[in-house]
Structures are given as C-alpha cells and as structure tokens.
Design a protein around this ligand. Sequence first.
Ligand code: EPZ
Length: 430
Amino acid sequence: MEQYAIKGGNPLVGEVEIGGAKNAALAILAASIMTDETVLIENVPDVRDTNVMMQAMESIGAIIERLDRHTVRVSGKAIRDIAIEDDFIKKIRASYYLLGALLGKHNKARVALPGGCNIGLRPIDQHIKGFRALGADVRIEHGLIIAEAEQLRGGHIYMDVVTVGATIDVMLAASMADGQTIIENAAKEPHVVDVANFLNSMGASIKGAGTDVIRIKGVSKLHGTEYAIIPDQIEAGTFMFAAAVTKGDVTVKNVIPKHLESISAKLMEIGCEVEESDDAVRVVASKPLTHTHVKTLPYPGFPTDMQPQITVALGLSRGTSIVTESIFENRFKYVDELTRMGASIKVEGNTAIIDGVSKYTGAGISAPDLRAGAALVMAGLAAEGTTVIDDIKFIERGYEDFHLKLQGLGAVIDKVNSERELQKFRLKTG
Ligand code: EPZ
C-alpha cells in the first residue's frame, strides 16, 4: 500500500505551477461526447478521477487520444451505448455528468448511481428534478439512474439548494433540448462558467453562467472545438495554505487570482502577506498566524473544498477559531487524525472549535478523503518529526504529482510502497 512519508519542519519556498481544474475537467470531458465532431481539450489534469471518467467514456465507444499528458482529443461519433454500469464509474461522483450529456445528445441515459468522496449525504434530487422539468422520465432501478425522453424540451427550474453538480448537469442536457431553459438559484462557481464557455464554443447558447440565473437556448447540434480548461482553484488554494502552515514563501503560478479571492482574504486575515499579479499569487507567512472564523459557502464564499486546509492552519494559529461547514455535513472526519498530531479541536455538529497549539507532532495517520488528505499532508509538513499517511489514493484522485510539486518547494516528502522503503526514508531524513 502506497503511503506518503513526510519529515516536517521545512518552510515551503519557491514557485509551483497549478494544473487544470479537476471539477471543470470532469464535466467538460463528459460534455465532449455531445458532438459527433472531434473535440480537443487542453489542460486536463492527469489525476485518478479524470482518468476514470475517460475510461467510462471509452467503455461506451468514445475514442480518446492523449496527445500529451494534459491534452486529449475526444470523438463521441462512435458512441454505441447509453448505459454506464461498470463498477468503476461508481467511484467518481462526477459520473452524473454523463447522465446529462447522454440525455442531451441521445435523449436517454442509464448511469450507475454516483459514489465519490464520503463527506456526507450526497443526494441527486436536484439533478432529477431538473431532468424532469426538461420532460424526461427519470427512475432509479437496480442501482442505475435511468432518464429518457421522446424529445427533451426547455423548462424552468428553481434549484432548492445551490448545487454545482445539478446546475452543470441540467445545463448539459438543456443545451440540446428543444426551446429555452431557465435555471434559477444556479451555482456560480468558476467551473460552472468554464463548462458554459466550453459548451458555447461547441455552438450552444448559454447566457448568465456565473450569476444565479442561467438561460439556455437549446440547439439541435453541437460542433467540434478546441478548449483549454481553467486552472484549479482548490489545488492553488491548497498550496497557498501550505505556505502559511510551513511559514513559507510560495508563488502559485498559472492561476486566476479572482477565483482565489476568498482564500486570499482569509490568509491575510490570519497574518499572511498575499501579493497578486496577472496570473500568479504569492503567499508569504513571516509572522505568527492568528485566529479567525470562517463558514463555507457556495462561490464566491469560502469553498468547502478548502475547509480542511484552513482548519489545519487555524490549528496552529494563536487564539480560538471557529470553522462552520455549511455544505456537507460529514466533512470533519480528519479531525481525529489531526488530534493525533497534537491539534486541539472540538467538533459539534457542523462546527469545529479550534484552540491553536504551538506545534503539531508527526504521527501515523490516514487520509479519509481527497481534500482532508491534502490537508493532513500540510499538517505533516508543518509538524515536528515524521508523519506517515495511508490511503493516499484519495489524494491522488484530485492532485497531480502532489508530492513532487511539494518536493519542488523544498518539502521532505516521498511516496513509499513498503516498510523497507519507509525505513530507508527514516534513515535518510534522520
Ligand atoms: C461538487 O460536488 C464537487 N465535485 C465537490 O468537490 C465540491 O465539494 C462541491 O461541488 C461543492 O463545491 C465535483 O465537481 C465532482 P453540490 P457536488 O451538488 O456536485 C446538496 C472535491 O473535493 N445537493 O454543489 O456533489 C449537497 O448535499 C469534491 O473535489 C442536494 O441536496 O456538490 C450539498 O449539501 C468533493 N441535492 C450541496 O447541495 C442535489 O441533487 C452542494 O452539493 C445535489 C446536491
């Protein structure tokens, strides 16, 4: 079983290149099969979730060529099946995007109910409500969601909760429906906008993405395109907070600073300097960190996908901080692991009350999910001594070359695959 071995204590210093946004890539890959023409997608992150998505697309007949590590050419012309039942697709939450894409293009889809990170209940009622508003019959049978329509037609949908997944999913299907669709209370995340821009570059007519009302005029056909995915806001935010917890000086490059505003604001509040330029943000942590309060919210609020990372930083800040998780109810599972490293955090419902400590100490811990896993790596980098993290497969779902990028910033971290390799790491790092 692969693990990360980390010797903490080195400030991270230097520059790191941020890759394409995983959560935009997953939807854009699915959307690329909505045309019979060829689509070229650049800046696709090479992570487990995007690779599983491409395998699923191939399993129904899509032809995918990797032109280089981050550029793929997709042809959906030969799609012969609208059913994705394989077990592996259940591992990624974003399998639901294939439902919207296939329903839009072929008027029917059968996709295994999605899984994904275990961060709480993850209902899909808003996806179903949206597809029904477009005239589809939707039912769940034998673990599959089955959606079909004679012909999808535009509809008016008010989302009962702000949901990225359902907003994008309905946008996919509606872009090829007959007539106009209006989505109200839509999610405004940068990747919602990116997917709309991608679909528009294929000939769709989507207006208002990035606001809470999206208007879509259905078209009968989409065409090929070439498109580069936006940078990953959460990967960037993770390195920014890694700079903070290690008292480092890190410039994250190839980012859109506007997408990082809530993250930068919190870093400044806790005592870091943040300098923005056109496509980079530098975080310098030269002073002791101070406490703050934060509540996760839909964009432009503070992202739930950054909640474990800020908690790790606040665990080392002076004073008492409160973190409230308002998106997913089960996203504090990593706190037990952090406690093993010396953190003083009490969780009550969806709130964590954090009494800052002066240091973490290395321990053997497990990554419970993707973002929490990355946050525990950050804790290990800041800790005194050696930390060994199990279940790094979760981290690899969404971070490309995580340990290599950290090594590039001076971190002492290795991926080890056996007790012998771990011993070697311990000997090497003293
Ligand atoms: C996406 O999940 C991301 N995943 C998550 O990233 C991210 O945490 C989340 O959006 C919020 O930003 C992908 O893009 C693949 P939601 P998603 O629909 O689409 C409720 C990561 O670490 N809801 O915006 O599943 C839901 O329970 C992952 O990269 C309904 O009630 O999230 C939650 O409380 C983890 N009914 C809220 O809405 C629905 O039909 C937001 O969920 C759908 C959602």
